[in-house]
Ligand binder design. Sequence first.
Ligand code: MRU
Length: 342
Amino acid sequence: MIKTIFFEDQKLRILDQSQLPERVAYLNCSTVEELSTAIKTLKLRGAPLIGVAAAFGLAMAVTDYKGPADSLEEYFQKIKSLLASTRPTAVNLFWALERMDKVFQVNKAATQQAIALFLRKEPEHMFAEDININYSIGEYGQSLLNANCRIMTICKAGALATCGYGTALGVIRSAARRNKIEQVWVCETRPVLQGSRLTAWELKQDSIPLTLITDSMAGYTMSLGKVDAVIAGADRIAANGDTANKIGTYSLAVLARHNNIPFYIAAPLSTLDLSRSDGLQIPVEERDPEEIRQIKGVQLSLPDVEVFNPAFDITPNELITAIITEKGVIRKPFERELKKLK
Ligand code: MRU
């Protein structure tokens, strides 16, 4: 399994996703500032992975802290805010930072070295937990699929978006292990192309049959009767089940409904944000207009054309057939069922 993030020689090594699929290259982050730039510039991405990376960053910052002992807490909070400011939509980031804060609070009377050690262990736990959670999501999810299944997916929700195995791709992987997958339709996922650059690469690594399409081809492909289910990941799920995920997910859900195709969200419970009553409360990141005007530095439009570039959209709960979590498959009414689980 490809390692997306690990510690080596006092450096956090992260798989540089901006170089895939051309190159498998790792980037060294020696400081938390370097890590926060790497998260902002999408070297590393995907909701669960961003959370664990930020947790590693906090541990690294406390290990390297050189100031007076009585200012350590203030410094910890400053670094926590820095990391929290990197990406606004995926709630796993805030979930992981809060989990690190709890470890800090419980141990803050100890020496800096001891606190750093406790903090360093926590992301390792999160990392291992995330992989186990994804195996569970995979198992529950595959039970929803029949033989010779043709799945459509968007963005990337595999090992590259998590600590391993993946959420939506975890379901596909578990189904493939049972020979249930005939075909995966991979939407390219403009503007940043996570589908064509990352998901297609991951599926190829596992020899799972895939066909790449542009996002605009999804509806026609469904109308031809070539899709049995749509499965997407999630960046944040509100209390009523409304789900933020990569831009284009909402369109797939509408198209799936029109074509009577089940639409599933696969996500760990850490993606659930019960403090947001519905999708309107979820902050949606808007990214650099150049992501749309250019691809890899090649100008595709007038250089000054107006651009709207939301990185995520909200799929209303009524379009979601079920939410696949590590604790089981959640069906409607989502509000009641999600509350019970959390
Ligand atoms: O902007 P990104 O590349 O971080 O967005 C990633 C996604 O939207 C994923 O589909 C989502 O995080 C699901 S993660 C398993």
